[in-house]
Design a protein. Structure first.
Lengths: 255, 260
């Protein structure tokens, strides 16, 4: 099975930039993002309406490229997590994680027995339809999956230390819009309550050696969060980036 | 631009084996055939109903996995040939090539000016959405594009020497079934007129240094055409391979059940 070099780089302390895609699931998307320098492609299923067939096609388009494809599942359920891994996602992001129990369950869904509870199929998309030793494949699959949990509710924030402590959790992702919403300061990412929450999440993640990630709506935001120790930054959304570039050019010539 | 290892192997005399995709243009297909050892995936647009969107997705999924995607276009028209190349096909197969003029036109559709008449778009699928020098890309595109002429009509055989002589035609691909049809001897592959036509095809290819290619469905056929000097084979088509495997798997069960 193909390894996930991105996971190793991140766990070794590296920083990585990627694209969060919600809208333009065309066959060229992965190569377009890679040619622009993206190291990972995060495909959203929570808010985009993308279904498993679209995700499967996108994952197939990433095969053979260096860009690491990962999927945000629509809900914290086994069948979503396991299916996107079966389609070839190298990592999974789960939204609105609120307790350590949930985090432990999620990690189990990404691991084959006896480490977890993931059902197995081999010779499919995730192992590139190839043969080989089953034990090695199961171990490689357990090894390569990057588990990213989103802390974006008040309850998740209350339990962030316990969630970050769960073994197998690789990255803690902030959902900045939802987190500000659940804290009662919608979109106010400079509000002291929001900043205090980010500091608490960052401290919990760093204490347990977890990678910190966030979606960055802009360059200033990305710089600010890099300075806070965030190492997995995705830009996006794809539609937003296109709009911004288009609007900038139209404004520039319209004056 | 990525090179085309199938073309470089063929031009240096090495044999190349791949498969013909007609029916199952699903996201996994390129990797499925690659994992089985295929070096190229030739996708049919002439008889399969596949459009450019399906072919484009396959080309994108073949990127980086060591599989060369190519298409058989539905007709020998500029817009079919150039579009197949623009979406990332590294070679095209032109059906029912009947004359040297037609062969020259086909080659001209695959070459940018001044060598040909291909319109240019860069920073898209065929050059991996990347930047870089346009003239380098043009040279790379010319170097990698494999042009395969299907010889499958009585005119194609009648004009085979002139067709084979056209510079830029890399491969003479035998369309064996259609050829028997157009010779009025459907599926009679032992018929003297078919055998004579194959001899003419082989002689023309050898004289002009062109690669001989065909589809194969079984070992007997593979051996026979290998011995004639054919060096590019497509095993398949996909749907028939699946059918064959199902049939073969069922045979012992049918015998156990006492069914013929």
């Amino acid at each position: 099975m193909r390894p996930n070099p991105l996971k190793n780089r991140l766990l070794d302390g590296g920083t990585s930039f990627g694209l969060f895609a919600f809208e333009f699931f065309s066959p060229g998307l992965a190569q377009i993002a890679q040619a622009a320098g993206a190291e990972f492609l995060l495909l959203d299923m929570e808010h985009s309406g993308a279904g498993i067939e679209t995700i499967k096609q996108q994952l197939a388009c990433c095969r053979g490229l260096e860009i690491a494809p990962m999927v945000r599942v629509p809900a914290n359920q086994y069948h979503f997590v396991a299916r996107v891994l079966d389609m070839g996602a190298l990592g999974v992001m789960v939204p609105m994680v609120e307790t350590a129990e949930q985090a432990r369950e999620i990690v189990k869904w990404t691991r084959y027995p006896p480490l977890g509870r993931r059902g197995a199929v081999l010779g499919g998309a995730h192992d590139d339809y190839s043969g080989g030793d089953a034990r090695e494949k199961l171990a490689a699959a357990n090894e390569r999956c990057l588990v990213m949990l989103q802390i974006e509710t008040d309850i998740g924030l209350d339990n962030v230390e316990a969630i970050a402590a769960v073994e197998g959790v690789d990255a803690i992702y902030i959902g900045f819009l939802d987190l500000s919403n659940f804290l009662g300061v919608p979109g106010e990412v400079q509000d002291p309550r929001y900043l205090a929450a980010v500091a608490r999440i960052a401290a919990a993640a760093q204490r347990h050696g977890r990678v910190l990630g966030t979606l960055a709506p802009g360059v200033a935001f990305a710089r600010e969060y890099l300075a806070k120790g965030f190492r997995m930054i995705c830009f996006g959304t794809d539609a937003g980036l296109m709009q911004a570039a288009l609007s900038e050019r139209i404004q520039a010539v319209r004056g | 631009m990525r090179p085309n290892p199938v073309k470089s192997k063929l031009l240096s005399g090495e044999p190349v084996f791949g498969t013909f995709g007609w029916e199952f243009l699903v996201p996994g297909l390129p990797q499925i055939v690659r994992a089985a050892g295929a070096e190229f995936l030739l996708m049919d647009m002439e008889h399969s109903g596949s459009g450019y969107e399906a072919i484009k997705a396959q080309c994108e999924m073949a990127r980086g996995i060591g599989l060369v995607p190519m298409a058989r276009v539905p007709a020998n028209q500029y817009q079919y040939i150039s579009r197949a190349l623009d979406i990332g096909c590294m070679g095209i197969m032109a059906p029912m090539v009947g004359s040297a003029e037609e062969a020259k036109f086909i080659v001209s559709c695959t070459r940018y000016p001044p060598q040909g008449r291909r319109g240019a778009a860069f920073g898209f699928a065929h050059d991996d959405y990347e930047g870089g020098s346009v003239s380098d890309k043009i040279d790379a595109a010319h170097a990698r594009t494999l042009v395969m002429a299907l010889i499958e009509t009585e005119q194609g055989i009648a004009n085979i020497d002139a067709i084979a002589a056209v510079p830029g035609i890399d491969v003479l691909w035998l369309g064996h079934f259609d050829l028997t049809n157009f010779l009025g001897i459907p599926a009679q592959f032992d018929h003297p007129r078919y055998v004579e036509a194959i001899d003419k095809l082989v002689a023309a290819a050898n004289k002009h240094g062109k690669v001989l290619a065909c589809m194969t469905a079984d070992e007997t056929w593979s051996r026979a055409y290998w011995n004639k000097g054919f060096r590019m084979f497509a095993v398949g088509v996909d749907a028939m391979l699946l059918q064959g495997a199902i049939r073969q798997g069922m045979q012992p069960l049918r015998e156990l059940a006492g069914r013929s």
